[in-house]
Design a protein around this ligand. Structure first.
Ligand code: ADP
Length: 312
């Protein structure tokens, strides 16, 4: 057992604070036009949501992981709790009730294009008070990872609740304007290309600056460090303490389904940073986890074990 700086025992490598959704997926020949009804395949129900995905990804790699989330008192909530527990996630922090479990209604056509409607449900009821009531979890975690599928004020409270010596990893997805105190707490801010462009205000500007330039510019927005993921091209990392910008290539793999790749990457990165690795070393591991995740179908079902990452 090791100790945090405030001498609370550290029991978790990673605390994930975020969403848990049931993904309801129907395959269709053609996605319906307005007013149209189409027949589709049998319904498939998968555990998802960025918070739940990250927690499963970390635990499957061997990280001691806890999840702070809210689900409904319903069958989808039970499915989500079960998938967390199967992966070895500590679920004592998962609150139950207040609204139905969040769902994503997904129609996907043969080309892989999809249309998605999300009902945040219980995720929207994860409140700052819920965060305040989870002090022991925060004190027991060396890294706290958050995303934006729960209310922004809840994310801000999580950033304020970090124990001394713990670090915050934020993936601002779906992108939204971030308060300065949240941005400056990030170490790192983890963004994909779309999220980077949103924060920089250059959405649609495809001829804009090179990713190395975005990464350095993102640092000037206040985070202590920045990681930009670039799909098959890997990731860029920049640490405000050195201002170095390092490119970390991803292994070449046959990509089957990229769903959840960013969640697997971020979970792996957060875990390794908590173990004391520097940003480039943690990202070098995380790109392997992201690459492994794209070789399988689905999100949580595709997340690798440490042995599978080593074999890549
Ligand atoms: P997001 O899923 O958030 O859009 P990315 O597409 O950038 O994020 O993927 C996250 C990480 O997953 C990448 O940094 C990379 O390591 C890995 N990855 C994604 N797509 C591929 C791919 N086609 N080949 C290899 N690795 C990939």
């Amino acid at each position: 057992m090791y100790e945090n700086e405030d001498s609370a025992p550290v029991r978790y490598d990673l605390l994930v604070v975020g969403s848990a959704n049931a993904d309801l997926v129907i395959g269709v020949d053609r996605r319906p036009a307005p007013g149209e009804t189409v027949l589709g395949s049998d319904l498939a129900v998968h555990p998802g949501g960025k918070g739940a995905n990250q927690a499963v990804a970390a635990a499957r790699l061997g990280a001691r992981t806890a999840l702070l989330a809210r689900v409904g008192d319903d069958a989808h909530g039970r499915l989500l709790l079960e998938s967390q527990q199967d992966a070895g996630v500590e679920t004592g922090g998962v609150l139950v009730g207040g609204a139905p479990t969040g769902v994503a209604l997904i129609t996907v056509d043969p080309s892989g294009d999809n249309s998605i409607v999300v009902s945040p449900g219980a995720n929207a009821r994860l409140t700052p008070e819920d965060i305040k009531a989870a002090g022991p979890l925060f004190r027991a975690a060396r890294v706290v990872s958050v995303q934006l599928e729960v209310p922004l004020e809840t994310v801000a409270e999580a950033a304020r609740s970090l124990a001394p010596g713990s670090r915050l990893v934020l993936n601002p997805s779906p992108p939204a304007p971030l308060p300065e105190d949240v941005l400056t707490a990030c170490d790192p801010l983890v963004v994909n290309e779309h999220e980077a462009r949103y924060i920089l205000g250059i959405l649609g500007d495809t001829a804009g600056p090179a990713p190395e330039d975005w990464t350095r510019t993102l640092l000037t927005h206040g985070p202590r460090s920045v990681v930009v993921t670039l799909g098959a091209a890997g990731a860029l990392v920049a640490d405000g303490r050195t201002a170095d910008c390092v490119r970390v290539p991803s292994p070449e793999v046959d990509a089957v389904d990229t769903t959840g790749a960013g969640d697997a990457f971020t979970a792996a990165l957060a875990w390794r940073l908590g173990l004391g690795e520097d940003l480039a070393a943690a990202a070098a591991f995380a790109v392997r986890v992201g690459a492994a995740a794209v070789t399988g179908q689905g999100a949580q079902a595709s997340f690798p074990t440490a042995a599978e990452v080593a074999a890549l």
